[in-house]
Design a protein around this ligand. Structure first.
Ligand code: NAI
Length: 303
């Protein structure tokens, strides 16, 4: 039985959509929750306290503990204030669910610098600032659980989302490094790539109208809560979650083509002649670190 009694969780962007569902489930499982949301629109403009307040009221009405916080994740002060709220109200910070997000979709040729910056600020830098503020506390207590919210748009690509896809894929790089740095402090860092009907995906899932209800945000939260729990010892994993499905996404290394030093330097002709072998995914492994990647490559040149 997964239990968050005495645990304190921050959920960013928890005033609606997926973040609200995560906050409700964590509170139901016993966590005290900081419900962060600046209350803006999908493109990140505007703001207000009512979205976060409403979720706190829902949690309290169900007998849970929660406090609202209205900072933007997109700058260091905001990240610090969100974590400070957890410390002040509940005395500690155990879980960070980096969920806040905005969209500024545009085909690449038309995308402005501002549309790139604002999206990276919320998704990538936002997760960086909030997690960094929590990381020191987690190291001291030798316990922490961090979840970042990636997206199929970053992992696999999606038209019109160069800014968003870059931010969402960047979160995987952040996760990979934090998973390694956090390991000796019992801090795990994992990623979800959700699929859910929220205001952000309005109309996108209409093609599967029969399954609209199945893709409600609450269908993502159990996997998120598991990754954020003490029971979960996994780190550095990416899970695609939605509609009742939970699947691992991974970055693997295939054996490829290897030309041993004794055979001379690799040439462009070698590459051309071996494209099929280079691209084959047969016999892939999943390196735990870049050092592990190197350790897997070297024997191909020596054995
Ligand atoms: P949503 O728009 O309902 O929720 C996002 C929340 O983040 C909003 O409540 C918004 O006010 C808040 N927010 C935005 N900027 C913020 C900031 N600077 N500081 C604090 N809060 C901020 O959308 P949804 O779908 O619930 O998205 C949640 C996360 O899941 C996002 O990171 C999104 O990119 C990601 N995602 C969602 C997918 C889906 O199918 N709904 C697919 C893939 C990823």
């Amino acid at each position: 039985m997964v239990d968050f009694t005495d645990r304190v969780a921050v959920v960013t962007g928890a005033g609606g959509g997926l973040g609200r569902a995560h906050a409700l489930l964590l509170a139901e499982l016993g966590a005290a929750v900081v419900v962060n949301d600046l209350g803006g629109s999908v493109d990140g403009t505007g703001g207000g306290s009512s979205a976060a307040d409403a979720v706190v009221a829902e949690i309290e009405a169900a007998g849970g503990a929660a406090v609202a916080e209205y900072s933007s994740v997109s700058n260091p002060d905001g990240g610090g204030a969100i974590v400070q709220k957890a410390i002040e109200e509940f005395g500690r910070i155990d879980v960070v669910i980096n969920n806040a997000g905005i969209l500024r979709d545009k085909s690449f040729a038309k995308m402005t610098a501002e549309e790139v910056e604002s999206v990276l600020d919320v998704h990538l830098r936002g997760a960086f600032y909030v997690t960094r503020a929590a990381f020191g506390h987690m190291r001291e207590q030798a316990y922490g659980r961090v979840v970042v919210t990636s997206s199929g748009s970053g992992l696999f690509g999606n038209f019109g989302q160069a800014n968003y896809g870059a931010g969402k894929a960047g979160l995987i790089g952040l996760m990979n490094v934090l998973a390694i740095e956090g390991a000796k402090y019992n801090i795990s860092v994992n990623a979800v790539a959700p699929i859910a009907t929220t205001r952000m995906t309005e109309g996108l899932l209409d093609a599967v109208a029969d399954l609209r209800d199945a893709f409600n945000p609450a269908q993502v939260s159990p996997a998120v809560a598991y990754l954020a729990s003490e029971e979960c010892a996994l780190t550095g994993e990416i899970w695609s979650v939605g509609g009742g499905t939970v699947s691992r996404v991974f970055i693997g290394l295939a054996p490829g083509y290897a030309k041993k030093p004794a055979e001379g330097p690799i040439t462009i002709d070698d590459v051309v002649a071996n494209v099929d072998q280079i691209r084959s995914t047969d016999g892939y492994t999943i390196p735990a670190t870049s050092t592990d990647e190197f350790a897997k490559i070297v024997p191909q040149l020596t054995s």
